[in-house]
Design a protein around this ligand. Structure first.
Ligand code: CO
Length: 136
């Protein structure tokens, strides 16, 4: 590897029960405003992105009982859910993890929110941190 694959922290995702309450708290505490809001039906989540410099705080809540975020909230409660690392080439970054024998959740890049291309790396491979590779 000659060039670093990570170019930016794209977002940190925080799982919450009540998206409106979390948005209101961030507004009151930090003056943060919602830059983008989206329901991602395939993942069963609704998200609000609060812009911080060139990164985001992503507040995340489930839209249905069987979504992975609903299961996460049920077992672990609210809190840090995953970290999104921005990459120039999602497929290349994913292949690098696989080449190292790492476990991935997405075998191939897929559409994410904001028109991005994303892939998740399994936390068992990455120090108990769920990593999302995000290509803009
Ligand atoms: Co994310």
């Amino acid at each position: 590897m000659t060039e670093p694959l990570l170019t930016e922290i794209d977002h940190i995702a925080i799982a919450v029960h009540d998206l409106e309450a979390a948005i209101a708290w961030y507004a009151e505490a930090f003056g943060a405003t919602v830059d983008h809001r989206e329901r991602v039906e395939s993942d069963g989540v609704e998200e609000a992105l609060l812009k911080v410099a060139d990164s985001y705080v992503q507040l995340l809540t489930p839209t249905r009982e069987d979504s992975p975020v609903a299961k996460y909230l049920a077992s672990k409660g609210e809190g840090l859910h995953h970290v999104g690392y921005r990459v120039a080439d999602c497929a290349a970054a994913l292949e690098q993890i696989k080449a190292m024998g790492g476990r991935v959740i997405d075998e191939a890049p897929r559409p994410g929110s904001r028109g991005t291309t994303v892939a998740f790396v399994h936390p068992k491979t990455a120090f108990s941190t769920l990593i999302e590779l995000v290509q803009e």
